[in-house]
Design a binder for this molecule. Structure first.
Ligand code: F6R
Length: 259
């Protein structure tokens, strides 16, 4: 795992954004894995500002709320279009997410179909991730199997409180259920790129990067991936015991070695 510590959120967005731009330039049919929430917003702005083309790309969502009407402003498909893909030349039909709009009993089949779709696309080239205050990635809450596949999960109370800010502070409006790529599904991406900024992320980042590999901190599953990059600002890096080593390694990174 490579940990990149930068001064602030703007620098973090630049470092992570450039990774996406490089993938988009290098591949003929790149597949981007997209996260929602606040953490990736600067990354999306960076990619849009770069002017790189997404005309031959596909984009796949990590997760989606269950129970919001299609087109709801906080549905993740709507969010990602508003914040990112509508500002690019990504063909609309190549933005994919799990189909949560089927009847409840059909959700397991829709989850399996989503895993099959990811495989059909040839896998994800780079998966952008944020981290929850309880250590979740995508919506794999603590206790999620490290081998899990796309499935229905129940959000923790803490995550619903965190996300109420997107629903005008109305906790009751935050869905309890979601469909999320599993940790095993996420591990199949070629490159995992996690971005975290702000003091509120210091504890989960320390647990994910330097704590034990454990379902209690789902983001610790990044320790199993051969190509995982964690981009943090100083505030989110505050709990890292080996911060000086990570800084030194990044400062002396060989010029030929990409992130
Ligand atoms: C959303 C997602 C979540 C968020 C996490 C952090 O697609 O996958 O894991 O990345 O909840 O959210 P923010 O970035 O809003 O702090």
């Amino acid at each position: 795992m490579e940990v990149v510590i930068v001064p602030d959120a703007a620098a973090a967005a630049e470092v992570a954004g450039q990774v996406l731009v490089d993938v988009l330039r290098a591949h003929t049919a790149p597949v981007l894995g997209l996260a929602t929430g606040s953490s990736p917003l600067g990354v999306y702005r960076y990619v849009v500002a770069s002017g790189v083309s997404l005309a031959h790309a596909s984009a796949v969502l990590l997760d989606e709320y269950v129970g919001l009407p299609t087109g709801h402003p906080e549905a993740y498909r709507t969010f990602i279009r508003r914040e990112f893909t509508d500002h690019t030349d990504l063909p609309e039909e190549r933005l994919y997410g799990p189909d949560v709009w089927v009847a409840g009993p059909e959700l397991p089949a829709a989850c399996a179909a989503y895993d099959a779709l990811l495989a059909k696309l040839g896998g994800v080239d780079v998966q952008l991730l944020g981290i929850g205050s309880d250590g979740h990635i995508a919506f794999n809450e603590p206790g999620s199997s490290l081998a899990s596949r796309t499935r229905v999960k129940t959000l923790t109370g803490a995550t619903r409180v965190d996300n109420a800010r997107f629903f005008d502070g109305d906790l009751d409006a935050v869905p309890r259920h979601v469909v999320t790529q599993g940790l095993g599904t996420i591990l199949e991406a070629q490159h995992l790129l996690l971005i975290a900024t702000g003091a509120g992320k210091a504890e989960p980042i320390a647990a994910a990067v330097e704590g034990p590999l454990s379902a209690f901190c789902p983001a610790s599953v990044l320790q199993l991936h051969p190509h995982a990059t964690v981009v943090v600002d100083e505030a989110a890096a505050a709990g890292l015991q080996l911060a000086d080593y990570y800084r030194e390694a990044y400062q002396h990174k060989p010029a030929w070695q990409a992130l």
